[in-house]
Design a binder for this molecule. Structure first.
Ligand SMILES: Cc1cc2nc3c(=O)[nH]c(=O)nc-3n(C[C@H](O)[C@H](O)[C@H](O)COP(=O)(O)O)c2cc1C
Length: 172
């Protein structure tokens, strides 16, 4: 399986990145190919709703920024994992920005399985992200294959990384 992880944290060595690394280690043990794209540090602008993609562009986005490197990965992935810190009870702005750019493809070409990796300061702050995620999955007719979270002191803990490794390993 080809697994695409979109990491929406602006901190390359942050808590979300550590969770993603553990997930990747687990997923690769099973022979999966894991591609991590750090959309949180890439030059990606929000959708400008120009509708070029749904008219003349025939599915292509007119904005030639780093999202152009992400589109081929979205198209070829079997599984897509959204990884993000919680910012004000939602995804990070960087993740929201990248998500808005799915508009041109409408839905991923191949992927039917989706998951979440979420880091936060406090526990029980995931309802907004989970509701958004479920809405997107209903729209994409996708399956939720797992949600892994770490709150506060759970970040950076071996027990958290073990959970993430097991999540990765569960993908076959
Ligand atoms: C702008 C901003 C908003 C945040 N909002 C929340 C929040 O609403 N709830 C929460 O539990 N933590 C919140 N946090 C804390 C982060 O989710 C937490 O520190 C997380 O581990 C950061 O992940 P990272 O190191 O991958 O960036 C916020 C942090 C920032 C910078």
């Amino acid at each position: 399986m080809k697994i695409l992880v979109l990491n929406g944290s602006p901190r390359p060595k942050g808590n979300t990145a550590a969770m993603v690394n553990a997930f990747k280690t687990g997923a690769e043990k099973n022979g999966n190919e894991v591609v991590v794209m750090n959309v949180g540090t890439m030059n990606i602008k929000g959708c400008v709703a120009c509708e070029y993609c749904h008219t003349k562009g025939a599915g292509a986005c007119i904005q030639k920024d780093d999202m152009q490197n992400v589109y081929p990965e979205i198209a070829s992935a079997d599984v897509i994992i959204f990884a993000s810190p919680v910012y004000y009870f939602g995804f990070s702005g960087q993740m929201e920005t990248a998500l808005s750019r799915f508009y041109c493809v409408v839905k991923p070409a191949k992927a039917k399985k989706f998951g979440l990796i979420i880091s936060s300061g406090s526990p029980n702050v995931y309802a907004g992200i989970e509701a958004q995620f479920e809405g997107i999955l209903a729209f994409w007719e996708g399956e939720n294959i797992g949600v892994c979270t770490a709150a506060g002191e759970e970040n950076g803990k071996e027990s958290t990384f073990a959970k993430l490794m097991a999540f990765g390993e569960s993908i076959k």
